[in-house]
Design a protein around this ligand. Structure first.
Ligand SMILES: Cc1cc2nc3c(=O)[nH]c(=O)nc-3n(C[C@H](O)[C@H](O)[C@H](O)COP(=O)(O)OP(=O)(O)OC[C@H]3O[C@@H](n4cnc5c(N)ncnc54)[C@H](O)[C@@H]3O)c2cc1C
Ligand SMILES: Cc1cc2nc3c(=O)[nH]c(=O)nc-3n(C[C@H](O)[C@H](O)[C@H](O)COP(=O)(O)O)c2cc1C
Length: 714
C-alpha cells in the first residue's frame, strides 16, 4: 500500500477534512491560513509551514526520531499485502517429511490477491481438519517458481492443488505467466509425459464467465499437468466471479476434502470449526501522542516525494506520490455520464518511465462520506491514532500491516475496501461482535447459509458498508476490522493515454482517460466507483500514488507496417498515445508511416465523442489514414457500433489483415465489444477472402500467435 498520499497544495477531492487524508487537512489549513484557494499561494505557504515543521521536529530527541524512522521503514517493508517470496530451489521443493505425513502444496497464480487468499485459507483449514500429524500444508506463489526450477519443484510433489486466476484476454496473471508458459511448452513438446507421475493434483480456476476466454489459464494449467503425467484427483472447478466465486470456492473445498480422504486415506480429525476472529485480528498499538503521529505521517510522505530525486523505480509496493498537473471533463455538458482526462506530472520522478501501451496503477482513497460512515459504525473518531501490529502467531492469510502510526480516518480512506461485497468470514467475524441477539443470529445465518448469502449479499451486490449499516450493533475492534472484515483497497489500472514522445509534452506527463463509474444497484444504492470518482475530483497539485505496469501492447517496430486500431469509449486511451508516437515519427523523425485505420465509437456525437479534435487533426495531418466513428444512440432506430463500421470498411480491413506485416489492436470492453469485433473480423475474412469459418479462425489464431492481433481489454 502507498507509503504516502495526496499532499496537494490546492486541496483535493472533498477538500473538507472528512478522512480524505492528509492532503485534505493540509489544503484546507492552507486555505484557512492564506485566505485563498489559489494553488500557488498555498504551495508557498505550505513550503513555509514545512520549514516550521522541520524546526519542531528538531525539538524531538535524535534517538526518538531515529526510532520513529526505523519503525516507519519497517512498516513500509511490511506494506499491507506484501509478499514474502520463497526464492531458493530448496525452499520451493517439496519438503521431506515422515512417511505417514502427506505434503499438500497449494500453488497459486493471482493478479489481485484472491487466489493467494484462497491458498492460505486452504492451508489453514487443511491443518485444522487433518492435524499436523497427518499432513504438512503449504502455499506457493507460482511467480516464485522460475522456469529453470519448474521441473525439479513440481516433480518433487505428491499432492498439489492449483489455484489459477485468468487475466487480460484469457491470459495467466502477470506473476504466473512464466510458470504457465513453461508448463504449456513442456507439456506440448511431449518429451516428458511421465514427469509428474508421482503427483496427484486438481485445479480450481478463478475466472469470470462474461469474458470470452473463461478460465483459460486454469484450463491451461490443468491440461498441462495432466499432459505431464499428473494424476487428476477430480475434474477442474471453474470458479465464476460473475456469480459468486466465494460459493464456488466453498464447494470446491468440500469436494477437495473428500478426494484427499479417498486418495491419501486422510481422516478428518476435526471440522475447520468456527472462524477464529481473534487469530485473524491485528493487535493495536495505541498511540496517544497525535502530534507524533502527524510527524511520522509527514516523514513517510516526504520519503515518497523524495523518490523523485533518485532513480528508484516506483512499484505497487512503493508507489510515487505523483502531483496532478490537470484534470478535465471530456464529455459535453449534455451527457449524463462523465469521463475525465487526468494529467500526472512525472517530470520530477526519474525512475518512472513508460512506453505507449503501458498501464498506470493508481491508488485511490475512499470518498470522505464513506470514511465518515465507516468511522461512525466503528464508533471511533477519525483523528484517533493507531498502529496495526501483526501478532507472532498470525495466520498467513492475515495481510502484512500497513505503515503506522496513522489516524483511523486516513487508514480507512486509504486501505479499507468497504464498497465490495463482504466475504462470508467477514460476516462471521461481524456476527461475533453483535450485541443485539437478533442481529447476531441473522449475521451467523448469512455466513453459513448459502442461499441466504446469495440472496442478501451476492445477488444484489451488497457492499460491506451496507451490511454493517444494516447490523449496527456489530461494532468490530479496529484490529478485527482491518484484519478480517474489510479487504485491502487495491490499485486500479488505466491504459496510459499519452506517449513519452509527445511532441507537445515530452516524457514529463502521463495521462489517463477515466470513465467515471456510477450506477444504481439492485438495492437502489448508487455505486460510485472508488478510483474513478476519486480521479474525477482530483485537483491540480494533489498527490496521488502511482506506478507503471509494463505491457506488450505496442505499435509494430516498423512504422511502415499497416495497422488497424479499434477502441470505442475509453478504449481509445492507448491509441491516443499511439497517435502521438506516430506524429513524433512523422514530424521529428521524418519517417514514412504505414496505413493506419482508426475505429472509434461512442453513444452520441454531441455527448461523448471524446478527443474529437485530436482525432480529426490526426487525420488531416496524415498521422492516421482513416477515421470511422460509430454512434450507437444517435439514431433511435439503428444502433451502430465499431464492429458495424469494420464491416462497412471490409475491403480495406481485409487488405491489412492479409498483408504480411499488418497488425490489429483492440482496446476497451472485454465482455461484449472485443467478442463482437472478433466476430466482425472473421466475417470480413470469410466474405472478402472467401475463406471457410475454420480457415478464418486459423488466420486469426496465427495473427494472435505472431502478436499481430493484440488486445488491451478489461
Ligand atoms: C489493464 C486495465 C486497463 C484499464 N484501462 C482503463 C482505462 O483506460 N480507462 C478506464 O476508465 N478504465 C480502465 N480500466 C478499468 C479501471 O481499472 C477500473 O476498473 C475502473 O475505473 C473502475 O474502478 P472504480 O474503482 O472506479 O470502480 P469500482 O468501485 O471498482 O467498481 C467497478 C465495478 O465493480 C462493480 N462493483 C464493485 N463494487 C460494487 C458494489 N458494492 N455494488 C455494485 N457494484 C459493484 C460494478 O460493476 C462497478 O461497475 C482498466 C482496467 C484494466 C484491468
Ligand atoms: C482486467 C480483467 C481481465 C480479466 N480477464 C478474464 C478472462 O479473460 N477470463 C476469465 O475467465 N476471467 C477474467 N477475469 C476475471 C478474474 O479472473 C477474476 O476476477 C478472478 O477472481 C481474479 O482473481 P485474482 O484476484 O486471484 O487475480 C478478468 C478480470 C479483470 C479485472
Amino acid at each position: 500500500m502507498p507509503s504516502s498520499f495526496s499532499f496537494g497544495a490546492g486541496g483535493g477531492r472533498g477538500a473538507n477534512e472528512a478522512g480524505g487524508g492528509y492532503q485534505n487537512l493540509i489544503s484546507s489549513k492552507m486555505e484557512e491560513f492564506t485566505g485563498t484557494s489559489d494553488a500557488t499561494t498555498n504551495a508557498c505557504a505550505l513550503a513555509l509551514c514545512a520549514s516550521v515543521v522541520g524546526l519542531v521536529a528538531l525539538k524531538l530527541s535524535r534517538k526518538t526520531m531515529t526510532m520513529m524512522i526505523l519503525q516507519t521503514e519497517r512498516a513500509e517493508q511490511e506494506r499491507g499485502g506484501g509478499r514474502n517470496p520463497k526464492t531458493t530451489l530448496k525452499e520451493l521443493k517439496c519438503p521431506t517429511v515422515s512417511d505417514e505425513k502427506v505434503v499438500i502444496t497449494f500453488y497459486y497464480g493471482t493478479q489481485t490477491g484472491t487466489a493467494e487468499r484462497y491458498a492460505n485459507t486452504l492451508v489453514e483449514d487443511a491443518q485444522k481438519r487433518y492435524g499436523l500429524k497427518q499432513i504438512f500444508a503449504r502455499a506457493v506463489d507460482c511467480e516464485d517458481v522460475k522456469p529453470d526450477m519448474c521441473e525439479e519443484v513440481l516433480s518433487s510433489e505428491k499432492c498439489a492443488v492449483f489455484l489459477q486466476s485468468t487475466y487480460g484476454d484469457g491470459d495467466p496473471t502477470d506473476g504466473s505467466a512464466d510458470f504457465c508458459r513453461w508448463l504449456e511448452e513442456t507439456a506440448t513438446d511431449g518429451r516428458m509425459p511421465d514427469m509428474l507421475e508421482d503427483m496427484h493434483f486438481c485445479t480450481f480456476g478463478l475466472g469470470n464467465r462474461s469474458y470470452e476466454h473463461f478460465n483459460a489459464a486454469a484450463k491451461l494449467v490443468d491440461k498441462a499437468i495432466s499432459g505431464l503425467g499428473g494424476k487428476k484427483m477430480m475434474k477442474i472447478t471453474l470458479g465464476d466471479d460473475d456469480k459468486s466465486l466465494e460459493e464456488d470456492f466453498e464447494e470446491f473445498k468440500e469436494a477437495l476434502w473428500r478426494q484427499l480422504e479417498k486418495t491419501f486415506q486422510l481422516k478428518a480429525e476435526g471440522e475447520e470449526g468456527d472462524f477464529d476472529v481473534e487469530k485473524h485480528s491485528y493487535a493495536i498499538r495505541k498511540e496517544e501522542d497525535a502530534e507524533k503521529v502527524n510527524e511520522l505521517t509527514k516523514i513517510r510522505e516526504r520519503k515518497s516525494f523524495e523518490m523523485s530525486r533518485g532513480s528508484e523505480i516506483p512499484t505497487q509496493a512503493k508507489p510515487y506520490a505523483c502531483p496532478i498537473k490537470s484534470r478535465k471533463e471530456l464529455h459535453a455538458g449534455k451527457s449524463d455520464r462523465s469521463c475525465v482526462h487526468v494529467e500526472f506530472d512525472v517530470s520530477q520522478c526519474k525512475g518512472l518511465t513508460y512506453e505507449i501501451g503501458d498501464h498506470l496503477g493508481v491508488f485511490a482513497e475512499n470518498a470522505p462520506d464513506v470514511v465518515d460512515r465507516v468511522c461512525k459504525l466503528l464508533k471511533v473518531s477519525k483523528q484517533t491514532p493507531m498502529e496495526l501490529v501483526r501478532r507472532d502467531d498470525a495466520p498467513k492469510s492475515l495481510l502484512l500491516v500497513f505503515p503506522g502510526p496513522i489516524s483511523v480516518g486516513i487508514a480507512v480512506a486509504r486501505y479499507a475496501d468497504v464498497l465490495s461485497m463482504p466475504r462470508k468470514t467477514a460476516i462471521k467475524a461481524l456476527a461475533s461482535f453483535a450485541t443485539n441477539k437478533k442481529e447476531a443470529k441473522e449475521l451467523d445465518l448469512l455466513a453459513v447459509d448459502k442461499a441466504k448469502y446469495h440472496a442478501y449479499v451476492a445477488d444484489p451486490h451488497r457492499s460491506l458498508l451496507e451490511v454493517m449499516e444494516k447490523f449496527p450493533s456489530a461494532v468490530p475492534t479496529l484490529g478485527a476490522f482491518f484484519g478480517c472484515i474489510a479487504g485491502r483497497l487495491q490499485p486500479r489500472y488505466y491504459s496510459i493515454s499519452s506517449s513519452p514522445k509527445d511532441v507537445n509534452n515530452g516524457s514529463g506527463i502521463v495521462t489517463a482517460t477515466v470513465a467515471v463509474v456510477k450506477h444504481k444497484t439492485k438495492t437502489g444504492r448508487v455505486h460510485e466507483g472508488v478510483c474513478s470518482t476519486f480521479l474525477q475530483n482530483v485537483r491540480e497539485g494533489d498527490r496521488v500514488p502511482v506506478f507503471v505496469r509494463k505491457a506488450t501492447f505496442k505499435l509494430p517496430k516498423d512504422a511502415n507496417a499497416p495497422v488497424i486500431l479499434i477502441g470505442p469509449g475509453t478504449g481509445y486511451a492507448p491509441f491516443r498515445g499511439f497517435l502521438q508516437e506516430r506524429e513524433y515519427l512523422l514530424k521529428s523523425k521524418k519517417q514514412e508511416l504505414g496505413e493506419c485505420m482508426l475505429f472509434f465509437g461512442c453513444r452520441k456525437e454531441e455527448h461523448d465523442y471524446i478527443y474529437r479534435d485530436e482525432m480529426e487533426n490526426a487525420l488531416s495531418e496524415k498521422v492516421i489514414t482513416s477515421l470511422d466513428v460509430a454512434f450507437s444512440r444517435d439514431d433511435p432506430k439503428k444502433k451502430v457500433y465499431v464492429q458495424d463500421k469494420i464491416q462497412m470498411k471490409a475491403k480495406d480491413v481485409y487488405k491489412i489483415l492479409r498483408s504480411p506485416n499488418g497488425a490489429v489492436y483492440v482496446c476497451g470492453d472485454a465482455k461484449h465489444m472485443s467478442r463482437d469485433v472478433n466476430r466482425a473480423l472473421l466475417q470480413v475474412l470469410q466474405r472478402e477472402g472467401e475463406y471457410a469459418i475454420h480457415e478464418a479462425e486459423e488466420i486469426i489464431r496465427r495473427l494472435v500467435v505472431d502478436k499481430r492481433y493484440m488486445k488491451d481489454v478489461w
